[in-house]
Ligand binder design. Structure first.
Ligand code: FES
Ligand SMILES: [Fe+2]
Length: 353
């Protein structure tokens, strides 16, 4: 069994995905309809008509101004999900209302609040973790989303332990030094954040960084992970020639910085939306670098997708109670599992890996 943490904010989409078209996406097992009002606000409501459950994202359902008209028998809903017209009668039943969802547009993402119907909590937009690089001057961004046919905890495991770069992503972002270098792990229980750091003093420069930065020769490579369960994962990556460390004061201008952001959103208990973004603070105007990083990172993400989809099949067919073996490199992933387990309120994530 896997469980999804509720009473949480999740990334539902990039803001650019939602416009004056009906857009559907399943988030945490809930089919949700998104569209932008005429004034540009994103709205989110159930994608099932209250009448006979016809998906409102399905043609010939359509937007008419700031209402959506069901394509089956014409029930019409406003941007708050309330039904404003039904066919054949004047009176609209009071209960004719679609479930609507709180949304916040921030840092290029559309965040959505997925409530726990058994223990509803007030959504607090100030608790949404930030990824300012995705929508700030001074950074150039490449991003995308890949569907994963695997439970979201497998992607969390994958991202918390980057020693896999050496093996799964050799020739792209992996070099031998990543797996060879030990990590430090810290957990801020109060804030619910897991930090994992790996600072490599002298490493081969993988093609991902050699081609984007133009650096030749060996590098110092820092990976500082910050995971805000359940949804947001940040990898602060610092690349510089060997021996070039950040100055005591002032900007770290002799290094290249790449902010890698993943938003990990369950689609169902066994599938995941894998939103990935790569923001850099160099070669800002160079479209070729953006294209290179987009292609290269997408390739790397797809290598993970293949591995995790396969792993999901293995887990799904395995008898209950199989015991994994963990070592030092797993400290971050184990800390993340503990927090996720608490978030699912006595769920079984930790038992089920
Ligand atoms: S199913 Fe939508 S109006 Fe009948
Ligand atoms: Fe990976």
């Amino acid at each position: 069994m896997t469980k999804i943490a509720r009473n949480q904010w999740y990334v539902a989409a990039y803001g650019r995905e939602i416009d004056r078209e009906l857009f559907a996406r399943t988030i945490c097992d809930e089919p949700i309809l998104f569209w932008r009002t005429e004034s540009g606000e994103v709205t989110a409501m159930s994608d099932r008509c209250v009448h006979r459950r016809f998906p409102l994202s399905q043609a010939p359902s359509r937007l008419a101004g700031d209402t959506v008209v069901c394509g089956y028998h014409g029930f019409t809903y406003g941007s708050d999900g309330g039904c404003v017209a039904v066919p054949g009668q004047k009176r609209v039943p009071r209960t004719a209302r679609l479930k609507s969802y709180p949304v916040v547009e921030q840092d290029s993402f559309v965040w959505i609040w997925i409530a726990d119907p058994d223990r509803p909590a007030e959504p607090d937009p100030t608790r949404i973790p930030r990824a300012p690089w995705l929508d700030a001057p001074g950074y150039a961004v490449a991003s995308g989303m890949e569907p994963l046919r695997a439970r979201y905890s497998l992607l969390v495991d994958n991202l918390m332990d980057l020693s896999h770069e050496t093996y799964l992503h050799g020739g792209y972002i992996g070099t031998p030094e990543v797996a060879e270098t030990p990590i430090t792990t810290e957990v801020d229980d109060e804030a619910g954040i897991v930090y994992v750091s790996r600072h490599i003093a002298d490493a081969e420069c993988p093609p991902f960084y050699a081609e984007s930065t133009g650096l030749e020769g060996r590098i110092t490579r820092w990976q500082d992970i910050e995971y805000h369960p359940p949804c947001l994962y940040l990898l602060h990556s610092r690349i510089a020639p060997v021996g070039v460390l950040p100055p005591e004061t002032g900007p770290d201008s002799d290094a290249f910085h790449v902010e890698v952001v993943y938003a990990i959103t369950p689609e169902t208990e066994h599938s995941t939306h894998d939103f990935w973004s790569v923001a850099r603070d160099f070669a800002l105007e160079d479209e070729k670098v953006t294209e290179f990083l987009r292609e290269n990172n997408r390739t790397v993400v797809l290598q993970d997708v293949v591995a995790l989809d396969r792993l999901e099949q293995v887990l799904a067919t395995e008898p209950e109670g199989y015991q994994e073996l963990s070592i030092n490199i797993d400290a971050g992933a184990l800390a993340a599992r503990r927090i996720l387990q608490a978030m699912t309120a006595g769920g079984t994530l930790a038992e089920t890996r």
